[in-house]
Design a binder for this molecule. Structure first.
Ligand SMILES: Cc1ncc(COP(=O)(O)O)c(C=O)c1O
Length: 403
């Protein structure tokens, strides 16, 4: 017998939809907010310290770009490297550097990382690519499960690091509490002496709700705990200006910054300083950043609100729970039964692309097959509505067929 949900699904199948909720990409209206970048040079390539940005040199970046990175990462610019367009590249390079040091001390070991789950798939891909084994640890409301993490690093000296997305975590939208940030700053004292805490603050300025709890300053806590050499901060303007042509930043203690600079030196003479100059002139001070992010919020907040509205029937029928992020780019949806693979396959067949099941877990394996990451930023409102309708229909259909 055909149920009404089957009939509805059949309609979607025949509608020829091509919708995409996979990646957290800014939409064109958001990219348009930064078109003034194009006018920021106007024939003046001189940086504040009198350097011609068109020329070679300056691996740490121009002073005004380092200041922008300092604002985003809440540290003194002297701790900042302003890089190219991708913080992911800086994270990868940083880990290659650390891995070489771990291997030099212990050539035959397999090294391990703690991954907070659900988490950012590309962090996991970096670990896989570098042969770093991953251990999953879950969240509670204040952030990662610290008791479990502390126990793990105490037991195993081959655990060399942890990935953290501390503000508007990808995909859950958590902001870590002050108590969690303090415990994390102290974590290296419990762990192997060359442990690194990868603090990917990709959504530092990306509040959907202006009242969002501020993030406690991990470097300040690390200075108190004497662990600053083991904290690596990252951010970028990928979700502030142009996702493919922004600026990335790394924040390290002075000795670590020097070491990382030395490691990068054989690979390059310097990053794109002209782009650094453009960005630093567009986003001169914290007020510019705040204004710019308010304009992003005006575009993004209605989309996130729509996700909450469209998912509501799933709560009424107890089919799923989901996060209510105060910022960032994602909503994390947890199905009540192990059916994420089935739901995503149904949605794909109906022309709605979703991030593959398991992508938010190391090795692409969600042990419960329940998590789906929703990225509402890129589609327009009509496409988003349609895609969410299809998703909800697929969840109901999967549950009716016994998943
Ligand atoms: C947590 C997190 N870090 C980093 C990135 C990518 O940053 P970038 O564009 O600077 O490489 C993303 C993109 O979605 C992200 O969600």
């Amino acid at each position: 017998m055909t149920t009404s949900i089957d009939a509805q699904y059949e309609q979607y199948l025949n509608a020829g939809l091509t919708l995409d909720l996979t990646r957290g990409k800014p939409c064109s209206d958001q990219l348009d907010l930064s078109c003034a970048l194009e006018d920021m040079i106007g024939g003046n390539f001189k940086t504040t310290d009198g350097i011609d940005a068109r020329n070679y040199g300056g691996l740490l970046g121009i002073p005004e770009a380092r200041a922008l990175g300092g604002t985003l990462l809440d540290v003194d610019p002297k701790y900042i490297m302003a890089g190219g367009n991708s913080s992911l590249t800086l994270m990868y390079q940083f880990l290659v550097w650390r891995l070489k040091a771990w291997q030099a001390n212990n050539p035959s070991q397999t090294f391990k990382f703690i991954c907070v789950v659900p988490g950012y798939d590309r962090h996991f891909t970096i670990c896989e690519h570098l042969g770093i084994e991953m251990l999953s640890v879950g969240f509670d409301n204040a952030g990662p499960n610290m008791t479990e993490i502390e126990a793990l690093v105490r037991q195993d000296q081959n655990i060399k690091g942890i990935w953290c997305v501390p503000k508007h975590s990808n995909p859950t939208g958590h902001t870590y509490s002050e108590a969690t940030v303090k415990r994390l700053a102290n974590l290296p004292n419990l762990a192997s002496k060359d442990f690194v805490l990868m603090w990917d603050n990709a959504y530092a300025a990306h509040d959907l709700d202006p009242q969002t709890m501020p993030l406690s300053n991990i470097m300040a806590h690390a200075q108190d705990a004497e662990t600053a050499d083991q904290i690596a901060l990252f951010a970028s303007t990928s979700k502030i200006t142009f996702a493919g042509a922004g600026l990335a930043f790394c924040g390290l203690s002075e000795p670590m910054l020097k070491g990382f600079e030395t490691f990068l030196t054989p690979q390059m003479i310097g990053f794109d300083k002209v782009n650094q100059l453009r960005h630093a002139r567009l986003l001169k001070d914290p007020n510019d950043i705040a204004r710019h992010m308010t304009a992003h919020r005006a575009i993004l907040a209605p989309k996130f609100k729509r996700v909450q509205e469209k998912l509501t029937p799933l709560a009424e029928t107890d089919l799923a729970t989901w996060s209510q992020p105060g910022g960032g780019y994602f909503v994390s949806l947890d199905l009540k039964t192990a059916s994420a693979t089935a739901v995503i396959a149904l949605a794909n067949a109906a022309g709605v692309k979703l991030t593959p099941a398991g992508a938010t877990f190391p090795y692409g394996r969600d042990p419960e097959d329940k998590n789906i990451r929703i990225a509402p930023s890129f589609p327009d409102m009509m496409e988003l509505d349609q895609a969410l309708d299809v998703l909800v229909c697929c969840i109901v259909k999967a549950s009716e067929s016994g998943h």
